[in-house]
Structures are given as C-alpha cells and as structure tokens.
Design a protein around this ligand. Structure first.
Ligand SMILES: *[C@@H]1O[C@H](CO)[C@@H](O)[C@H](O)[C@H]1NC(C)=O
Ligand SMILES: *[C@@H]1O[C@H](CO)[C@@H](O)[C@H](O)[C@H]1NC(C)=O
Ligand SMILES: *[C@@H]1O[C@H](CO)[C@@H](O)[C@H](O)[C@H]1NC(C)=O
Ligand SMILES: *[C@@H]1O[C@H](CO)[C@@H](O)[C@H](O)[C@H]1NC(C)=O
Length: 367
C-alpha cells in the first residue's frame, strides 16, 4: 500500500515536472497564435484531406523560393501567417492536420484553401469554418488535460485568433461561364456570411478566446484569376461588381466587430483594411519595390490568370513561371507572393490606425 502511494505521488510529481517543462519554461505571458480561414492562410491542411488539385498547393512550383519544397502554401514562399508568427517571435506554426505536432503550445493553423464562412462554399472539398472551430475546441480540451484547467484557460484567453474569411463565399456565387455575379444586391448573402463569422467568433469567445484579428476581403475583382475570367481570357478591366460586394462585406464586418466589443466582456479585436492595403500596392507598386501588380507570376493566359500554375500534361508544364518573383504582387491567379505577404504581415502586426484598428496585432498580444 505504502509503495503504491509512493508510486502514485512519484508519478504525480513526474507529471508535474513534465508539465513544468511545457509551461513554466515558456516566457511569462506566453500567448499563442491560432490561424483560421482560407487559402490566404492555409499552410498545408488541405494536403491531408480528400480534395482536388484546385484546392491544394503541394506540388511545384509552390514553395520554391523559401521552403524549397511545396509545403501546401499557395505562394512561392511564406504566407502572411508565417511572417506574423515570426514577428510575434513564435515558431512557424504547423498545419493542424499535420501528424506529429500534438503540442500546439505556440498555436496552430486550421485554415483550409477554398473555404468560406458558409458551409456550402466548396462543400466536400475543404475544411469549413465550423469544423475549424471544432478543431480549435479540441486543442483547448487537450491543453486542459496537459496543462491543467487554470493554465489552459489563461493560455486560451491570452492567445490571438487570426482570420481570413469571406472571399471564397463571394467567389462561389460567380457564374462559371461568364465569371459574373448573378443579378441582385446580395445584401442577404452578405448578412449570412457575416452571421456565420459572428457565430464562429462567439463560439471561440464562449470557450475563452478574447483576442480576435481579421484581414478584410480585398478587391478580388483585380485578382489575375477574376480578371482573366470576366474578360473571357483576354486582358481587360478589374471586375468592379465583386469588389463592390467585398466593400459591403467589409463595412458590415467592421460594424459587427464594433457591436461585439460592446456586447461581450473582454472581447478585443484588430482589423486590417486588407482591401485598402491591396489597393495601395496596386496603385503605387514602386513604393513597395514591386513592378508587376496586375498579372501573376505563375500560370497561363492573360494575367497568367487561368489557374494552371503547377499543372502538368504528359510530363510537360502547362504553365509559365516568371523570373523575378519578388517584383510581383500575385504569385498565382489569386494569392500574394512571399514578398507581398511580408508587406501585408507588417501592416497586420505593426500598422498604424489608417490601416489596422483599433489595435494592431502587436498591441493585441500585449493587452
Ligand atoms: C475522395 O473523393 C473522391 C471523389 O469525390 C472519391 O471517389 C474517393 O472515394 C474519395 N476517397 C476517399 C479516401 O475518401
Ligand atoms: C449561416 O449561413 C446559412 C447559409 O449557409 C444561413 O442559413 C444561416 O442563417 C447563417 N447563420 C447566421 C447566424 O447568419
Ligand atoms: C465574354 O463573353 C460573353 C459571352 O460569351 C459576353 O457576354 C461578354 O460580353 C464577354 N465579355 C467581354 C469582356 O468581352
Ligand atoms: C500610416 O501607415 C501608412 C501605411 O504604411 C502610411 O502611408 C501613412 O503615412 C501612415 N500614417 C501616419 C499618420 O503615420
């Protein structure tokens, strides 16, 4: 009996020590970064689901400039969350579905290329937002088991939840033949998107999250893919119709976050005006060391917007690849380059009130 008690106590001490090595050895006020949303942030989750190449970037030439292999990021190199994690002095966050990364003590990435706020968006091909939030809940429960309730609650409340969501919900209603929106003002649809984002925030808040970061939806009508599609594969203007919906979405998103700040005790947010930041780069490329802000670096057709980046046929490349990727805003038909991601990540982390408010992410971490 005595030896059994001894063994029990001994085991408990050992467990405490293990936990100490996970928690107390972290800097005081340690906070993690959790990433949710779409392909702007997906760092490889879609590698592990049953989907199609359109929703994956785990083949060349993705990833070649930084990681030297196609990690599943929709970029030549890093994406925005990689750089934000770096600025927050956190290690590179693993994709949640990557096997063999169970700790998640610095955070983890749940984002899934192609996903939106609505369950119907790319249904069956992506990890929808609700599922991403349920994975986050699993991580929290795991913290409670490993760190104890108090430590887990503290970590969850200090951590930052960064979202990129919405663009695909609007992309999903474009007519496949013309690339155009169906007629109507789409106010109802925007309300559904915002409503579903609100639900995701509230669920995370209800299990202890307090600090939320957002990038709003950029002027997607100027992405190489949309320009290529609406102009029937030729050169032509940006598609103002879908950018107008992005603006409507963005104003509703800001209103919703302001409302939640009043409703929910301790709720804090940061929103980066990604729409304006994108427009700035497109209007004044040379200020940012960029030269090509209309067309992508990788793909085929007008603006290299045909979505063929990385596609092969009979062992032959079906796409073209630019030489100086660092001069480009877009890598493929929709996603920013490593270089552009660095610019955007700086604005999220450290941007002033004209672009990121009411706090930037650096301030949000410190609150
Ligand atoms: C993956 O999806 C394809 C097409 O939807 C289906 O035929 C196949 O059975 C699925 N594979 C698995 C492992 O679920
Ligand atoms: C979420 O979106 C669905 C459509 O996908 C809609 O029926 C539902 O009302 C939305 N939820 C909220 C809270 O807006
Ligand atoms: C593209 O083609 C469609 C019909 O095929 C036509 O209605 C539309 O005006 C064309 N758009 C442009 C920009 O040429
Ligand atoms: C805020 O940041 C933007 C973008 O970096 C810059 O153009 C602007 O001059 C800054 N404004 C102030 C008041 O510092």
């Amino acid at each position: 009996m005595a030896s059994l008690i001894y063994l029990l106590v001994f085991t408990l001490i050992q467990m405490t020590q293990i936990e100490c090595s996970m928690v107390n050895c972290l800097p005081k006020n340690h906070a993690a970064l959790f990433i949710l949303g779409d392909s702007l942030f997906d760092n490889g989750n879609n590698n592990y689901i049953n989907t199609t190449m359109d929703y994956q970037a785990n083949y060349p030439p993705f990833g070649e400039t930084f990681f030297k292999y196609p990690s599943g990021r929709f970029s030549d190199g890093r994406m925005i969350p990689d750089v934000v994690a770096e600025l927050a002095q956190l290690p590179l966050l693993p994709p949640y579905l990557h096997p063999g990364h169970p700790q998640h003590i610095y955070g983890v990435n749940f984002a899934s290329g192609g996903s939106g706020a609505l369950r119907e968006t790319a249904l069956g091909f992506v990890i929808d937002l609700k599922t991403q939030v349920s994975y986050l809940r699993n991580v929290k429960n795991n913290f409670r088991q490993r760190l104890g309730v108090a430590e887990a609650e503290e970590l969850v409340s200090k951590s930052v939840y960064l979202f990129s969501v919405g663009a695909n919900d609007y992309g999903a209603i474009l007519d496949l033949n013309t690339g155009l929106l169906p007629p109507g003002d789409h106010k109802n649809y925007v309300d559904n998107v915002i409503g579903n984002i609100t639900e995701a925030i509230k669920e995370i808040y209800n299990f202890g999250g307090k600090k939320f970061g957002f990038v709003n939806v950029p002027g997607i009508g100027c992405s190489p893919g949309i320009r290529w599609a609406v102009n029937n594969g030729s050169t032509g203007p940006c598609y103002e119709g879908i950018s107008a919906i992005a603006r409507l979405h963005n104003s509703e998103l800001t209103k919703m976050l302001q409302k939640l700040e009043k409703q929910l005790r301790g709720f804090k947010y940061s929103i980066t005006d990604f729409y304006s930041a994108f427009a700035q780069l497109i209007t004044y490329p040379s200020r940012y060391g960029l030269k090509e802000v209309s067309g992508g670096c990788c793909g085929g057709g007008a603006y290299k917007g045909d979505g063929s980046c990385g596609m092969m046929k009979n062992g032959k490349k079906e796409y073209e690849l630019c030489d100086n990727v660092n001069e480009y805003l877009f890598f493929d038909s929709h996603h920013p380059t490593d270089r552009a991601s660095q610019i955007f990540a700086e604005l999220i982390w450290n941007g002033n009130l004209t672009v990121t408010k009411p706090y930037n992410l650096k301030q949000l971490f410190q609150l």
